[in-house]
Design a protein around this ligand. Sequence first.
Ligand SMILES: *Cc1c(COP(=O)(O)O)cnc(C)c1O
Length: 384
Amino acid sequence: MKTRLYTPGPTPVPEGVMLRMARPIIHHRTEEFKNAFAEVNENLQYLFCTEEPVLTLTSSGTGGMEAALANTLCRGEEVITVNGGKFGERWGEIATAYGLVNRQIDVEWGTAVTVEMIRERLVSYPNARAICLTHSETSTGVFTDIKEIASAVRDEFDGLIIVDGITAVGAHEMRFDEWGIDVAVTGSQKGLMIPPGLAFITLSKRAWDAAEKSDLPSFYFDLKRARVAYEKGDTAWTPAVTLVLGLREALAMIRSEGREQVWRRHARLAAGLRSGLTALGFELFGAPPSNAVTSVLLPEGGSSFEKVMKQKYGITMAGGQEALKGKIFRVSHLGYYDDGDMLTFLHYVERTMSDLELTFEAGAGVSAAQQTFTSLLAEELPTS
Ligand SMILES: *Cc1c(COP(=O)(O)O)cnc(C)c1O
């Protein structure tokens, strides 16, 4: 049986990246590594749309989140976080662990925070020094409009806008410099198409100024130290050499496809999958939806849906977390996926529905997705 991974991290790794990582390890203080790292750094800036350094940390994404707060804030400062899912909640947990005061906005899981909610919070807590947001809330599949929020509050708020872009970078437009974001984080096993183990973080000038004043403890994740090394084309500690070399290949793929085209492809895959699932009678969960992951309510009589998909058809997807456990399943289209991967998924959904004796119109899912793909691809064609 062929196995297929449809989880929003880890995501599938392209063959060329795997082959590169299979080669013998090299030492990191060599020309060969430095050249690769320089290319990686430039392509990360391209992907984040920034002139600022994008620092590579050896950790999963959460390490990047921790570094974001630990380096830019001072003991006892207030931060605004948004608990609209497991990852938004994590910002608050990190803040509390570092002795910050968490002024959390609770939004119903499956919905997104609005500009009005953020504005209200800023009025209630005028001393807040940071707003921590989640661009794509992977636990619910909900997208937050960072561009809109940043442009609405940027002029009135001189604190930091900190963004968990862990499943957004590579799936959604993210223009770090232009939008006025201060800190953005992503992880390697999501849109960057390599295995887990690296986190990436970029800071605006405002955030670097805040880093000068920060009095929170950090050592391994000391970003000032990471930046000094970066300026020399180096890393503070032994980097995950193999992952960096794999990343060079993955970023070269993104660069040759073009970031705008990569964003468009994710929008198309998400729209096609959603139309296919809807045509089969599924109800989608959460709005507005992320282009990285689609959340779907488990149908009545479908409690063993994930199990059959996995055991009989080799398809791994993600279930719901915490309050959403047993209520939803989540399908990734983040990273190394194409239209055919979505059609394949829908095909096995139909097989599983038959197995479970659920009612649906045979072929409706694949057909609806194909129509969506065809019409979106036509829009992508140059008009002249
Ligand atoms: C995966 C993910 C994280 C956590 O990353 P780890 O690599 O598991 O530490 C944080 N935020 C979002 C939105 C994610 O999808």
